[in-house]
Design a protein around this ligand. Structure first.
Ligand SMILES: Cc1cc2nc3c(=O)[nH]c(=O)nc-3n(C[C@H](O)[C@H](O)[C@H](O)COP(=O)(O)OP(=O)(O)OC[C@H]3O[C@@H](n4cnc5c(N)ncnc54)[C@H](O)[C@@H]3O)c2cc1C
Length: 455
């Protein structure tokens, strides 16, 4: 190992460290996983640096783990087998914005908030919004989505091209700046969602969208979950082009009120946003309002001014931390199932019943327009029986999602936490993933312990 460290020191100087505090920092995650620190941390500034790091790790058979903002929730960026964590925070330049083609070329360490700040004056924006201020490289690697995917799609739909350093040292370019292509295997798509197991992404070309002329946001309350989720199903089936349609249960409403001084009735809510011209947003709101009224929902509470909208979505984005603060001695077991829209009400209802029967705190929220929702399970971290119960609840959710024709992860990805479901969800497809992995990374150095069958 010392020979690898010497080579990395020679390549990067003080941009490589084996210091205990750095290693400890990169051995932690946002979620319930035990700490798993790497042996060293590298801070590349260029693609050539990344290629050099990977070449040294390949020569010494050391794991290489990409690190964007470290916000992933399934232990993706931990180092269960040690190795070198590659922190992309110094590769954080927006390289090119082409307003005419509505695209941006960025380095992987650019965060989504930074990119949208840079785009502010252009009339364009990058729509994928996972709430956390994640890096674009990390978002691509987990195939992230979030509140706006119902309208603008996930990272799968918004990465046009990329550059990646492969385990054998090659630097690969996939895709073009054209909006579509019909030239062979979709290698861009292969890297989007690969969780750093096939290579390290060093540049991305992103699709941008025009900032809408009019944006309006609102919340409305329902007497029960069923009415709220049925409203979502009917809204999506009617083709109303919602920009956001988020569900929060009564527990989250109580927490939001306590933390933010809001006075929403303590009932399940939908938080929605409409994008378009002033006329089209009005029409969308009217059509949606009719469905809400039919389902017994309350009148809208509007948040039209930008500052009110920002407050609303900030509150939603902070939901995870709000709940964690309310149960400070809990460990957080996040869940992330996604079902066909027609099965949404059933999946949410059965999940809520299971949680109520368990007696554990487990507030529910989700990007329900995509059929995607999360229960945040909060067992006492010192109570093994509660932790086991929470894992059993998460397991029941995953099995239910599969039974209903859905997936065990709508957006967070597999990392280490969801490995146990890959066989059930993909069958032979998981073996095909292993064949792709073996072809591109025969030594198995790229983010080992994640996504693929463990040997
Ligand atoms: C409060 C909160 C809310 C969240 N809400 C959402 C949500 O709504 N939707 C959603 O999709 N996710 C959500 N997440 C999860 C998380 O934000 C996403 O998974 C995000 O995409 C991770 O990005 P990151 O930059 O933090 O990546 P990291 O956690 O640093 O890394 C994620 C994975 O990508 C790999 N990686 C990172 N950079 C590269 C690179 N350049 N090349 C190759 N591999 C790389 C890492 O090795 C790791 O496997 C949330 C997380 C939190 C804490």
């Amino acid at each position: 190992m010392q020979a690898a460290f010497d080579a990395l020191n020679a390549l990067l100087g003080d941009r490589f460290t084996t210091g205990a505090s750095d290693r400890a920092l990169y051995g932690q995650s946002e979620s319930h996983f035990a700490d798993m620190p790497p042996d060293g941390v590298a801070y590349p500034e260029t693609t050539a640096d990344v290629a050099g790091i990977v070449a040294i790790c390949a020569e010494h058979r050391m794991p290489v783990i990409g690190w964007g903002a470290g916000t992933s929730l399934e232990g993706h960026a931990l180092a269960p087998r040690g190795g070198i964590t590659v922190d992309f925070s110094r590769m954080n330049r927006v390289l090119h914005i082409c307003a005419d083609d509505m695209l941006a070329v960025v380095q992987p360490g650019v965060t989504r908030e930074q990119l949208n700040e840079d785009l502010r004056a252009t009339g364009l924006f990058f729509p994928v919004d996972p709430g956390a201020n994640a890096s674009i490289g990390g978002m691509a690697s987990t195939r992230a989505s979030g509140t706006t995917a119902v309208r603008y799609g996930t990272m799968r739909d918004n990465v046009l091209a990329l550059e990646a350093v492969l385990a054998d040292g090659r630097t690969l370019r996939t895709g073009t700046r054209a909006p579509k292509s019909s030239t062979g295997y979709d290698l861009t798509g292969l890297f989007v969602g690969a969780e750093g197991t096939l290579g390290l992404i060093t540049e991305l070309t992103l699709r941008l969208r025009g900032q809408p002329d009019a944006i309006s946001a609102a919340v409305c309350a329902f007497d029960d979950m069923e009415s709220a989720t049925q409203t979502v199903i009917l809204t999506i089936q009617s083709g109303i082009p919602m920009a956001r349609i988020e569900f929060i249960d009564a527990t989250f409403v109580r927490l939001f009120n306590a933390q933010n001084g809001t006075d929403m009735p303590q009932k399940p809510h939908l938080m929605v946003e409409f994008h378009g011209s002033s006329q089209s947003t009005r029409e969308q709101a009217e059509s949606f309002g009719e469905i809400v009224a039919d389902m017994g929902g309350s009148a809208f509470q509007w948040a039209d001014r930008p500052e009110d909208r920002n407050r609303l979505w900030k509150m939603r984005h902070n939901a995870y931390y709000t709940a964690r603060a309310a149960w400070p001695n809990a460990c957080a077991i996040t869940t992330d199932v996604c079902v066909p829209i027609s099965k949404l009400a059933q999946a949410v209802r059965e999940t809520a019943d299971d949680i109520a029967n368990s007696g554990l705190p487990g507030p529910i929220l989700g990007h329900v327009g995509d059929g995607n929702f999360h229960a945040l399970l909060l067992p006492d971290r010192d109570d093994p029986a509660q932790i086991a119960k929470a894992h059993a609840l998460a397991h029941a959710m995953a099995e239910r999602a599969l039974r209903l024709g859905g997936t065990v992860s709508g957006e967070h990805g597999i990392g280490m936490g969801k490995l146990k479901y890959m066989d059930a969800e993909h069958g032979a497809g998981w073996d095909v993933m292993a064949s792709v992995k073996a072809a591109l990374d025969p030594q198995g150095i790229m983010n080992p312990g994640k996504l693929l069958r463990q040997t």
